[in-house]
Ligand binder design. Structure first.
Ligand code: ADP
Length: 242
């Protein structure tokens, strides 16, 4: 399991797409063993930030450490440590849920025996055992979210980067997600989870980081205010100011 202190730290991150400054000075810390919410309106830079952390996008400036490594220098090799769950579903055609996970396991070069055992475990973890051998295309939205989460976990990563995982979930599925994220954090992972709706995450996250127009913002910082908050301590006033 990951060593203590192997969380996420980001300093002075910038990334532009043409004239659009998607990231315009992001500082962020996410602790190992905690669930950190990355909250901001649509277009605030959440997906861009997660892509940089996953080693899938090169920033223009700034420094990043993820689980003790630099994903910018490592590029795609950084995938070994990070589990990435995109905010869109893949087109899986006629693959079953199990086959989807086995395909990703093969991409991480897990041996077939290891992959089969892990995939069976993961299907149980995300409550998809009974649907494992049906085409993934017939799964409901919530079931697809769970498959996406299992996909992110297939190589047992130290860091989880989840883009809008609570989006569109019914209350029951949201509770399941909260329990699962808690367990993953308690196992010693770093969990960073984005949303444009704070209320989706307020029961789930230990800390929160806010993005606005590509910048980390500090609502209600006060003297000596940090960049990370207990989500439950946040006031409505702080959020409207933001
Ligand atoms: P969020 O995930 O918070 O909705 P994004 O990171 O997706 O925000 O986008 C931040 C800004 O960067 C938006 O203005 C978006 O249109 C722009 N952007 C993101 N990716 C690209 C891209 N590949 N090409 C051009 N503009 C992009």
């Amino acid at each position: 399991s990951p060593a203590p202190g192997d969380g996420i730290s980001v300093r002075g991150l910038h990334r532009a797409f043409g004239q659009v400054k998607a990231l315009d000075g992001v500082d962020l810390t996410a602790r190992t063993g905690a669930v950190t919410a990355l909250v901001g309106p649509n277009g605030s830079g959440k997906t861009t930030l997660l892509l940089v952390l996953a080693g899938l996008l090169v920033p223009d400036a700034g420094s990043v450490r993820v689980a003790g490594h630099d994903p910018i220098a490592q590029g795609p090799a950084a995938r070994a440590r990070t589990g990435w769950m995109p905010d869109t579903f893949g087109t899986w055609d006629s693959l079953t849920a199990r086959e989807v996970l086995l395909t990703f396991a093969a991409a991480y070069r897990l041996s077939e025996a290891v992959a089969r055992a892990r995939v069976t475990d993961l299907l149980a973890t995300v409550h998809l055992t009974e649907l494992a051998d049906r085409p993934a295309s017939v799964l409901s939205r919530g079931q697809k979210q769970r498959l996406g989460l299992a996909r992110a976990l297939v190589h047992d990563p130290a860091v989880l980067l989840l883009d809008e995982p609570a989006s569109g979930l019914d209350p029951r599925s949201r509770v399941d997600l909260r329990i699962l994220l808690r367990r993953l954090a308690d196992e010693g992972r770093t969990v960073l989870v984005s949303s444009h709706v704070l209320s989706e995450l307020d029961e789930m996250a230990d800390d929160a980081v806010f993005l606005s127009r590509g910048r980390t913002v500090v609502p209600d910082a006060g003297p000596g205010g940090g960049r990370s908050w207990h989500v439950r301590a946040l006031s409505v006033e702080a959020l409207t100011a933001w």
